[in-house]
Design a protein around this ligand. Structure first.
Ligand code: HMG
Length: 387
């Protein structure tokens, strides 16, 4: 077995946030006249995160990022914030600027958004790694935040969800090193898209699933060639999980001996979170795996429709247990509020994008996940407030 090449830049801290509300897929199955086992066993999902109007990709991103900042001494070391999303509500202003404001980051911190379907957080992570490698005193904050919506009665409907992941990238990371090699596969394909005016995605589900697997084969070949590693050198694998069965099919085809149960626990409860999904798998693995992961190589498969695929690897650091939120992650997911089908239908109707206020009769209708909520939309401009 070849030795692990420890680069010295990687993920220092990682945290996630999702909605406090969910719909059980048993409830959806009942109303769609589907055997719930198709959702539970056939696609491997149990719940989907549903977002009330006071939450969006910015509020959950702030919540995830505040957890990350709670584990560092000096936020003024952060010189770069990249916000990766395909759920942008503004085609001009970066969602990252709101996050920068509420985190109180310094004005000399560079901020911008990135987009390439579910792949963008991986692109952002690799950019951040290069940035820190050339500015070793600097740290970078990478956020992947998405809310995934499909039209009612489509095959994609039970795979809806959403979450934000925040990752601090630094030298001598406490969580995991990012290895210097990666396999890439890019191809132009019409498997999933969202025209600028639409709030729900359009897609060809079968084609997307086919291309996910085909691209994995190509990216993996490229990774093995770049790294001179073998399959046996990869100890664990995490996948972008649009629904868990997709990742299970990938394991069966390419890594038949591997068990990925621990990596899929959170995704089954959250649903597809696009740019965040692969990193939710990583957190799920780390929080739930009973074995010591220090020194283990984790293969990471990132896929964004359209499409770009990347297979790269992390090596878990010896100090990884010092930076985790395992107990609160499990508690937060266990204590969410289940909504009824009527409430789901109400929350799924196209969100107001030009005028909205979060208060009715002076009372806030939904509880907030974190310290910041969407208070108002005025002439299309979003106004956030601290709770
Ligand atoms: P479908 O066509 O409704 O489902 O949706 P199906 O008929 O293929 O059935 C699914 C599975 O359930 C099958 O198992 C059935 O046998 C089983 P499989 O053959 O796959 O192993 N089943 C049952 N099992 C137990 N009890 C039962 C039962 N009935 C059936 N009673 C589809 C599948 C993928 C089309 C759908 O989920 C979809 O359209 N999803 C949206 C697109 C998607 O997620 N694509 C994934 C790859 S693309 C990607 O990852 C990128 C993305 O995240 C976007 C981005 O990049 O921005 C989507």
């Amino acid at each position: 077995m070849s030795s692990i090449n420890k680069n010295n830049v990687g993920i220092d801290v990682i945290a996630f946030s999702t909605s406090d509300y969910f719909l059980s897929l048993k409830t959806l199955a009942e109303h769609r006249d589907v055997d719930y086992r198709k959702y539970y066993e056939g696609i491997g999902q149990e719940r989907m995160s549903i977002f009330p109007p006071n939450e969006d990709i910015v509020t959950i991103a702030i919540d995830a990022a505040q957890k990350v900042l709670s584990k560092i001494d000096n936020k003024n070391d952060i010189d770069l914030l990249i916000f990766a999303t395909e759920s942008s509500f503004d085609l001009s202003k970066s969602a990252g600027i709101y996050v920068h404001h509420f985190l109180g980051l310094k004005p000399s911190c560079r901020v911008f958004d990135m987009k390439q379907a579910c792949y963008s957080a991986t692109a952002a992570l690799q950019m951040a790694k290069s940035f820190v490698e050339s500015n070793s005193a600097s740290k970078a904050l990478v956020i992947g935040s998405d809310i995934v919506k499909y039209s009612p009665n489509t095959s994609g409907e039970p795979t809806q969800g959403g979450a934000a992941v925040a990752m601090l990238v630094s030298e001598n990371p406490r969580l995991a090193y990012i290895e210097p090699f990666s396999g890439i596969y890019t191809t132009d394909i019409a498997d999933f898209w969202r025209p600028a005016a639409a709030t729900e995605a359009m897609f060809d589900g079968r084609l997307s699933a086919h291309n996910y697997l085909r691209s994995l084969g190509c990216a993996l070949d490229n990774y093995l060639e770049q790294s001179s590693l073998n399959f046996e050198d990869i100890n664990y694998t995490c996948f972008h999980a649009p629904f868990n069965k997709m990742a299970i099919k990938a394991v069966r085809q390419f890594f038949p001996e591997r068990d990925i149960k621990d990596a899929l626990i959170y995704n089954a409860l959250i649903g597809n979170s696009c740019s965040a999904s692969l990193y939710i798998s990583l957190i799920s693995l780390i929080d739930n795996c009973k074995r010591n992961l220090a020194g283990k190589r984790i293969g990471m498969y990132s896929y964004g429709s359209g499409s770009v695929a990347e297979y790269y690897s992390l090596v878990i650091s010896d100090r990884y247990k010092n930076t985790l939120f395992s107990d609160s992650n499990k508690e937060n997911l266990a204590n969410r509020i289940e909504i009824s089908f009527d409430e789901y239908e109400k929350l799924s109707t196209t969100a107001e994008i030009f005028n909205y206020t979060s208060k009715e009769g002076g009372k806030r209708l939904y509880r907030n996940i974190g310290s910041v909520f969407l208070a108002e939309i005025k002439d299309g401009y979003r106004i956030y407030a601290e709770a």
